[in-house]
Design a protein around this ligand. Structure first.
Ligand code: ADP
Ligand code: MG
Length: 693
């Protein structure tokens, strides 16, 4: 280890680049002296290894270091280890590395634990919402979502246990990443010793560096030994291979089918090498996996030896491991993924990429007050990232399921940061809880629209979370902020306290926190519908969840019972876990744990949280059309709801999914008089709006 530079040691040789303020460094670390452990060798082959000394030097001397490096160059898995080896985790301190996605947190933490030959959860651990795999005494490198880091600031505003915080995947510009960066900038002012690394896969990093006040540096200044408040940019030279791009000649009408045929074509014509396909969501991914695997099983002439695996958030650990395990000899693996494989995860052995040109993106409209996930065209930046996945191991090929003309003329250069297309209710309450009173004046990397902020303040005011001065109310505001759930669900839990049904509210909240409790899959729709009928409650989905949960407990938490009833056993185990954690939080907040069995009370509690999502059935509607009470948007009950075709007159919904129509998922029937009772300000037309002057 002696040739590695450590904090405080003599500086390595650094050359300054004349162009663009990007530093290129000649590494003093050589790979000699190593080589007996294969994992060590693998680590040394990564592009980032050559910059080890330089990274450590910059981190020592700059409050903020921005590191740009192509996906797969080793930023996420290596840099935290370098920092630890250099002593940044000595004296009980912790190195943090954030990721926007939960699945990436788990995957990367387990990879690093494996490289360091330690047990996951000890020296290397991770935390995602409702899952803490760390050890308070032992963990030195901790991976976590940026959302969890935000939560941690509520207990420890200066994040004192961390010596270095690496905000990874910054180019993704998730809502939490943007907010975390704004807050970290504040924290740095109070904690000059804190080191920040912002890691990004694209050169958009320049905007990041400007945000942290980078200025062009001259060589001589690097001699200084004190910390510079200016940030440094380091660009890790990738070594991606050439990727040949193919476009379709005519636009495709069905990208799922086109993706499947392209995979088969590649398999038929091209030499060995795995295939990565980018589709948009669980449904189309599962469908494509099934099509490919069935064809292979039936001995389709283009498919023998081909096997497909899905990749999206919500996969179990076992399913994740399959993705990362080497492809058996004579086989070809096809991974069909959401944009999680675009930059968050590196898969070995990919030589071919099939890019649908779409991803699911969040969109919020402050006028209609509806947020949903919509299948939308990706940006050129994303398209390039996707293509790059084919050139990791050797020259590769990327098949774009759109025309070259479309790519050149119509695709936008960059995506819009998520914060500018999201509902900000959750973010605003968190900022308020962290003492940021002037939300409009917050140091945003990209400012959200004033309409969105005002709408968020309005909803929080009506929830009783903010007072007339837009400050958190006590105790409700602080309590809602404390519960790690959507503020509307948190409010439901608080309301249930007075209504005597907190046990029920906790169960509902836990079920709403996971994707679905039902088994998914095409071709079992009839059986699934029949199973649902066994538990269906006329009051709606929330009450149905209570029926399922009760029956599950009565079965002795049996997996057999779940199997028979088309209920996902893994999901139910997760519900139990989350519920237990929520129960502890509720107790800490002084909520009495009570069950009353009165479904009217339960629905009223739900209304207290979801009143802004109230809808009325159109009087003469024959097709189940509802209008939202506040903004008169046309919405329909989702076919997966137990109230589909039942169409009660008044309902509140949990979320909207948009396909051909705006569908409401998880709905419960209500009495309209409750609306003015629980949210008089929101539903009284003439009420003065304290936020618009
Ligand atoms: P970056 O963060 O720069 O995109 P990573 O640190 O995630 O890069 O990955 C670096 C390398 O580590 C990858 O190219 C791959 O070879 C290897 N790697 C990462 N995760 C895994 C994993 N789960 N299994 C096997 N190899 C992995
Ligand atoms: Mg990474």
């Amino acid at each position: 280890m002696s040739q590695f530079w450590k904090p405080g040691a003599e500086k390595p040789r650094i050359l300054d680049d004349e162009e663009g303020g990007v530093l290129f460094l000649s590494s003093s670390a050589s790979s000699s002296g190593y080589g007996y452990v294969s994992i060590e060798k693998q680590r040394q082959r990564l592009p980032v290894y050559k910059y080890r000394t330089a990274i450590l030097y910059l981190v020592e001397h700059h409050a903020t270091t921005v590191i740009v490096g192509e996906t797969g160059s080793g930023k996420t898995t290596q840099i935290p280890q370098y920092l630890k080896e250099a002593g940044w985790a000595d004296g009980g301190r912790i190195i943090a590395c954030t990721q926007p996605r939960r699945l990436a947190v788990q995957a990367v933490a387990s990879r690093v634990a494996e490289e360091m030959e330690v047990k996951l959860g000890e020296e290397v651990g991770y935390t995602i919402r409702f899952e803490d795999v760390t050890d308070a005494n032992k963990t030195r490198i901790k991976f976590l979502t940026d959302g969890v880091l935000l939560r941690e600031m509520m207990d420890d505003p200066l994040l004192t246990k961390y010596s270095v915080i690496m905000v990874d995947e910054a180019h993704e510009r998730s809502v939490s990443t943007d907010i975390v960066l704004g807050l970290l900038k504040k924290i740095q002012k109070c904690r000059p010793e804190l080191r920040l690394i912002v890691a990004s896969a694209t050169i958009e990093a320049k905007a990041m560096a400007a945000f942290f006040q980078t200025r062009k540096r001259r060589t001589t200044k690097l001699v200084e030994s004190t910390t510079s408040e200016e940030s440094a940019i380091l660009s890790v030279e990738g070594r991606g291979y050439n990727v040949e791009i193919h476009y379709v000649e005519e636009p495709v009408s069905d990208y799922l089918q086109a993706a499947v045929s392209t995979v088969q074509l590649i398999h038929n014509k091209e030499p060995y090498g795995d295939i990565l396909v980018f589709l948009t969501g669980q449904d189309d991914i599962d469908a494509a996996v099934k099509l490919i695997n069935e064809e292979a099983r039936n001995g389709g002439k283009n498919s023998s030896g081909l096997f497909a695996l899905p990749l999206y958030s919500g996969l179990s650990r076992a399913e994740q491991e399959l993705i990362f395990s080497p492809t058996p000899r004579g086989k070809r693996k096809v991974v069909i993924s959401t944009n999680i494989a675009e930059t968050s995860l590196t898969l070995e052995g990919i030589v071919y990429v099939v890019d649908s040109g779409f991803s699911k993106q969040r969109f919020y409209n402050p006028i209609s007050d509806i947020e949903n996930l919509i299948v939308s065209p990706i940006s050129k930046a994303s398209a390039r990232q996707r293509a790059g996945r084919a050139g990791r191991v050797r020259p590769g090929k990327c098949y774009r399921l759109y025309t070259e003309e479309y790519f050149l003329k119509e695709m936008s250069a960059q995506g819009i940061p998520e914060i500018q297309r999201s509902n900000l209710v959750s973010s605003v309450i968190q900022l308020k809880a962290l003492g940021i009173d002037n939300i409009l004046g917050f140091n945003w990397l990209a400012a959200p629209s004033p309409e969105t902020m005002i709408r968020a303040l309005e909803v929080l005011y009506s929830l009783g979370v903010l007072d007339d001065d837009a400050k958190l109310t006590s105790p409700i505001g602080f309590q809602v902020a404390e519960i790690p759930l959507d503020p509307m669900i948190s409010k439901m839990i608080l309301a249930s306290n007075e209504l005597g049904c907190s046990e029920e509210a906790l169960t509902i909240a836990a079920v709403l926190s996971i994707q679905s409790i039902w088994v998914s899959g095409k071709g079992i729709q009839k059986e699934l519908d029949e199973a649902k009928l066994r538990f269906a409650a006329a009051e709606g989905d929330h009450v149905t969840f209570l029926n399922v949960y009760k029956a599950f407990l009565q079965s002795g938490k049996s997996s057999q019972w779940c199997y028979k009833n088309y209920i996902n056993y893994q999901s139910m185990k997760k519900v139990l876990e989350i519920r237990e954690q929520l129960r502890r939080i509720a107790q800490r907040l002084g909520i009495a744990l009570k069950s009353c069995g009165d479904m009217q009370a339960v629905r009223k509690a739900a209304t207290s949280g979801y009143f802004s999502n109230a809808c009325q059935l159109e009087a003469y509607s024959h097709n189940g059309m509802y209008k939202t009470v506040r903004t008169s948007q046309e919405v329909y009950i989702h076919p997966s709801s137990v109230l589909f075709r039942v169409n009660p007159k008044w309902i509140v919904y949990h979320s909207i999914v948009s396909t051909d129509r705006q569908y409401m998922r998880n709905v419960v029937s209500i009495d309209p008089s409750w609306l003015t009772e629980v949210a008089p300000h929101f539903y009284r037309q003439q009420a003065p709006n304290p936020f618009i002057h």
